[in-house]
Design a protein around this ligand. Structure first.
Ligand code: AOF
Ligand code: ZN
Length: 335
C-alpha cells in the first residue's frame, strides 16, 4: 500500500462517524509499521477520544507483539493533531510521549485553537511531519467544519417544500402535506447532517413541528434555534419537548448570522415560512437551498415562497443537482 492508500483508509474509517462526531470534524488515524497497519482509530463521538488517541491505545496492546517500538511507526492522520486541552488532552503531546518519529497529516486544522500549533509542537520535539496528503478529500469530508473556520460563519442551508406552482401552504392555514412521505423521510436524513436547525415563531405555532432528525441510526441531534420576538409560546409544544432551545429575539438577520460565529455550530438548516426564508435569502449569506417540489399545484389559495416573478436563481444560486423522489423532485441549489 502507498502512503496515499493509507490516508484514504484513514478517511474511510472516519466516515461512519459523521452523524455522531458533529459539530466536531470526523478524523481517522492509522499507525503503520513498514507495510503493516498496526492499529486504526477514529473520533467516534463528540466529547470522546480523538482519533490519534484511539489508534495509540490500540497499538499499545500490540507493543512487543506486532512491533518493537513506537519509534518505528508512522502515524497517518487525516487532520492535524490538536494542541489544546479541550474535552480531551492534546493529541500532539500524546504522540510525542509515545516516541513516534513520523507523522503524515491530511490537512491543517483550521480551528484557531489549533491551526498550526499542533504541527509546531511535533516539529519542536523532533518529529518528522508531512502535511497535505489527500488534503482535498479531507476538506471535502469535513465541508461544514472547514467552511465555518474559513468564512467565520456556519454553512447555511434553506430547506423548502413547494407545490408545482411554487407555493408554501394555504392562506387559510389549512394543513396539507405538499410533498410525499418519501421526501419527508429524506428531510430527516438532511436534518441529521446539520449541527443546528432554525425556525420561526409562526412555524412553531402553526405546524407544531418536532424539528428533530428521526432516522434509524445514531445521531447527535441538531440543536434547535427559534428566531422570534414572540413571548407566549406553549412550552408543551413539540418543538420544546426534550430539547434545549436557543431563543434568538433579534430581528436583524445579518447580526443573527454574525452571532452564529460565537456558537459551536458549523452548519445551520433553516426550515421556516416564506417571510423568514426571504429575510435570510435577502442577506446574501445563504449557501445552499434544498427544494422539494411536488407535481401538484396549490392554486389561488396557496402562499408563494418567492415574490412574483422571482426565482431562486435571482438570489445568485445555480441549480446543482436534481433527483426524483416518488412524484416529487429534489433540487439542490448552491452559490
Ligand atoms: C484531533 N483529533 O480526532 C479530532 C480533532 O472538543 P474537543 O476537545 O474534542 O476538541 C475538538 C476540536 O479538536 C475540533 O474543533 C478540532 O479542532 C479538533 N479535532 N483533533 O487531534 C481528532 N476530532
Ligand atoms: Zn486531538
Amino acid at each position: 500500500m502507498t502512503l496515499e492508500d493509507y490516508m484514504l483508509r484513514a478517511i474511510a474509517i472516519a466516515e461512519p462517524f459523521k452523524y455522531t462526531a458533529k459539530p466536531n470534524p470526523v478524523v481517522g488515524a492509522l499507525l503503520v509499521s513498514k507495510e503493516t497497519i498496526i492499529s486504526e482509530g477514529a473520533h467516534e463521538r463528540f466529547g470522546e477520544n480523538h482519533a490519534e488517541i484511539n489508534a495509540i491505545s490500540k497499538a499499545k496492546k500490540e507493543l512487543g507483539k506486532s512491533f518493537k517500538s513506537f519509534e518505528d511507526l508512522t502515524l497517518i492522520c487525516t487532520l492535524e493533531p490538536c494542541s489544546h486541552s479541550g474535552k480531551t488532552g492534546p493529541c500532539a503531546e500524546a504522540i510525542i510521549e509515545t516516541g513516534i518519529k513520523k507523522v503524515i497529516i491530511g490537512a491543517l486544522d483550521p480551528n484557531p485553537l489549533v491551526a498550526g500549533k499542533g504541527i509546531d509542537l511535533l516539529i519542536k520535539n523532533g518529529v518528522n511531519v508531512e502535511v497535505g496528503l489527500c488534503q482535498d478529500e479531507v476538506k471535502n469530508q469535513n465541508k461544514f467544519f472547514f467552511y465555518k473556520h474559513e468564512n467565520s460563519k456556519p454553512y447555511i442551508t434553506i430547506k423548502i417544500a413547494s407545490s408545482a406552482d411554487g407555493k408554501s401552504h394555504n392562506l387559510d392555514g389549512s394543513s396539507t402535506w405538499i410533498t410525499s412521505k418519501e421526501s419527508r423521510e429524506d428531510v430527516q436524513e438532511v436534518r441529521a447532517l446539520y449541527d443546528a436547525i432554525l425556525t420561526g415563531g409562526n412555524t412553531v405555532i402553526d405546524d407544531n413541528p418536532r424539528m428533530n432528525a428521526r432516522v434509524n441510526f445514531e445521531v447527535n441531534q441538531p440543536k434547535k434555534i427559534l428566531l422570534s420576538n414572540k413571548d407566549d409560546f406553549n412550552m408543551e409544544s413539540n418543538f420544546f419537548k426534550n430539547s434545549d432551545v436557543l431563543v434568538v429575539k433579534d430581528t436583524d438577520i445579518h447580526k443573527v448570522i454574525k452571532d452564529f460565529q460565537k456558537l459551536s455550530y458549523c452548519s445551520v438548516l433553516i426550515e421556516a415560512g416564506p417571510k423568514l426564508v426571504n429575510a435570510f435569502l435577502d442577506t446574501g449569506l445563504v449557501d445552499e437551498v434544498i427544494e422539494y417540489k411536488s407535481s401538484e399545484p396549490l392554486g389561488k389559495k396557496g402562499v408563494s415562497w418567492l415574490k412574483k416573478n422571482s426565482t431562486i436563481e435571482n438570489f445568485g444560486f445555480k441549480l446543482e443537482s436534481t433527483c426524483k423522489i416518488k412524484s416529487d423532485i429534489k433540487k439542490i441549489y448552491r452559490k
